[in-house]
Write a new protein. Structure first.
Length: 547
């Protein structure tokens, strides 16, 4: 989103130069990020296993006929290697993939090396196979929280022997799925709880409730040893560490994660050198895990020609808490998004991000800022050239405003696709569409339209800017605080190019905001122009300022 800003500059020339810089910065995010040519819409399958494949075929036909291009399929570790190491059984997924391929849709497999059950919306119970946990102790293999709780949603990244297990699964998949060569759209690799690159910090079984920050997960012996080794590598001597931290430790074996997580955040300890070192290491465990696992996945799976990716959650609560901003993100291991995105670039991995349907609120007690968070991460991806796709975090439940939010983020922040959570929301079990299918496909599934608006003769002077505002989220929803800025071309001409969602006639107005913050409307406050949707096309409109 963008808020209209007042510019006070010593000269019109300086105004034009600075405004060009301003709009260039904006182009890294919203309007000029564009929609990648490979943009596609996917639907995630329901979590329970498919039992009626005739009905499944009808559901797939409905998706295909309504512009959906791909189907996202969780492949549960509990299903494809259930009983013993290297005893793989891909038959269920081969059957599912065959039906998807025969329906003329692409396949998006997810290596789901995590438990299904226990997270929001889960209606399944597929634990991590019991033979996996027999490979080590809880303290070696599981996350341990500041409260002493061991989490068994996924193998903790400190148990690096698990990387060999993942490699074995990739190799087995590659040798058993040759019939689907060319049918895979993308392949996602599960990286942790709920298949996401994060710690299991927000877990109801570990005393968490929304919108709390959750529990730090660095208290197993394996985690503490990793932290100690990282600090010894960074500082070399305990004396150097003591100088940096203002401590008097006698050895690196005394280096520990925060003894009291609440105090660590509330007292401002996370802002100190110790806090920065801890949180930087805490996130680095995740990014190193991403790099290691993705390296094996590329080696085994690149022959299928499908991009590889991983999922990152949009932890939007406590984002702008005035006392402790970002504490929920920090607790989950998402401390520095720039470093995180750079890790995806180094791993040659697509970043799939959630929350695209949500709206900012930013007030107590949630301090929730999902749109701002999505923009932040997408802007970093655009700057680093990291492919990124989007998802909704929770069921949209036929809320058109949430589809509009998703379209605004998707079409204007460079997302190469949107994946809807889930099939049951848009297609009934017998294959008939739900009332939600049309809003979903009409808003997100069709090709966005690029529109260029040229405004002539706005007669702008010092401190005056021109914006475009309209009736849908992509154009601010008539909220001038979120208008699309036009770029000054010269000779009294302003121009804005942006992307509009599909199959909808948009109304818009040009507005001018002067240095005093006063807004005037091109053609008067009651005059607007309609932009009809042109399938797969572009449209240009020229307005002559009347005021």
């Amino acid at each position: 989103m963008i808020t209209i800003k007042k510019l006070t500059l010593p000269s019109l020339l300086t105004f034009i130069l600075v405004f060009s810089t301003f709009t260039s910065a904006f182009a890294q995010g919203s309007t000029n990020a564009g929609v990648p040519s490979n943009y596609k819409v996917s639907v995630m399958l329901n979590l329970p296993d498919i039992t009626d494949f005739s009905a499944f075929d009808s559901q797939l036909t409905t998706l295909k006929n309504n512009g959906v291009k791909a189907v996202e399929v969780d492949m549960w570790w509990n299903h494809f290697e259930p009983n013993a190491r290297n005893q793989f059984d891909w038959s269920y997924y081969q059957n599912v993939f065959t039906h998807i391929k025969n329906a003329g849709l692409l396949i998006e497999p997810i290596f789901s090396f995590h438990q299904c059950g226990g997270n929001v919306g889960d209606n399944c119970n597929f634990p991590v196979p019991s033979w996996v946990w027999a490979l080590g102790t809880n303290d070696q293999m599981q996350y341990k929280s500041e409260d002493g709780y061991y989490d068994n949603e996924a193998v903790a990244p400190w148990f690096t022997e698990a990387n060999t297990l993942y490699d074995e699964a990739f190799k087995s998949f590659a040798s058993n799925m040759t019939a689907f060569q060319g049918s895979f759209y993308k392949i996602f690799i599960g990286m942790g709880p709920a298949g996401e690159l994060r710690y299991p910090s927000y877990n109801a079984s570990d005393k968490w409730s929304y919108p709390g920050r959750g529990q730090l997960q660095a208290y197993s012996t394996a985690a503490e040893t990793s932290f100690q080794n990282a600090m010894q590598s960074k500082y070399g001597t305990i004396s150097a560490l003591n100088t940096a931290w203002g401590t008097s430790l006698s050895s690196f074996s005394q280096v520990m994660p925060p003894s009291n997580g609440d105090n660590f955040f509330s007292s401002g300890g996370y802002r100190m050198t110790y806090g920065d070192d801890f949180l930087t290491w805490y996130q680095s465990v995740l990014t190193n895990h991403l790099t290691s696992v993705m390296s094996k996945a590329h080696s085994d799976l690149d022959s299928y020609g499908a991009p590889l990716g991983a999922k990152v959650p949009g932890i939007h609560w406590q984002y702008n808490n005035p006392s402790v901003p970002h504490e929920a993100e920090d607790t989950a291991g998402l401390y520095n998004y720039s470093t995180l995105v750079s890790a995806f670039k180094s791993a040659n991995a697509e970043l799939a991000f959630t929350d695209l349907e949500m709206s900012d609120s930013g007030v107590y007690p949630d301090y929730s800022m999902p749109q701002t968070l999505v923009e932040q991460v997408a802007n970093l991806c655009n700057q680093d050239g990291v492919p990124h796709s989007g998802e909704n975090a929770l069921a949209i439940s036929n809320d058109q405003s949430k589809y509009n939010n998703a379209a605004e983020m998707t079409f204007n922040y460079g997302f190469n696709g949107f994946s809807l959570l889930r099939l049951s929301n848009v297609v009934n079990s017998d294959g008939t569409p739900t009332s939600e299918l049309s809003p979903f496909t009409q808003t997100l599934a069709l090709t966005p339209q690029q529109v260029t608006i040229t405004v002539n003769g706005a007669n702008t002077s010092y401190g005056e800017n021109v914006y475009i505002v309209g009736d849908r989220e992509e154009l601010g929803g008539w909220n001038t605080n979120y208008a699309v800025p036009a770029t000054y071309i010269g000779n009294g001409v302003w121009q804005a190019t942006f992307n509009l969602g599909a199959n909808h006639t948009y109304q818009f107005k040009a507005i001018k905001e002067n240095g005093a913050g006063n807004i005037t409307w091109e053609g008067g406050s009651n005059h607007s122009w309609s932009v009809p949707y042109i399938s797969g096309g572009t449209a240009s409109y020229t307005l002559n300022w009347q005021n």
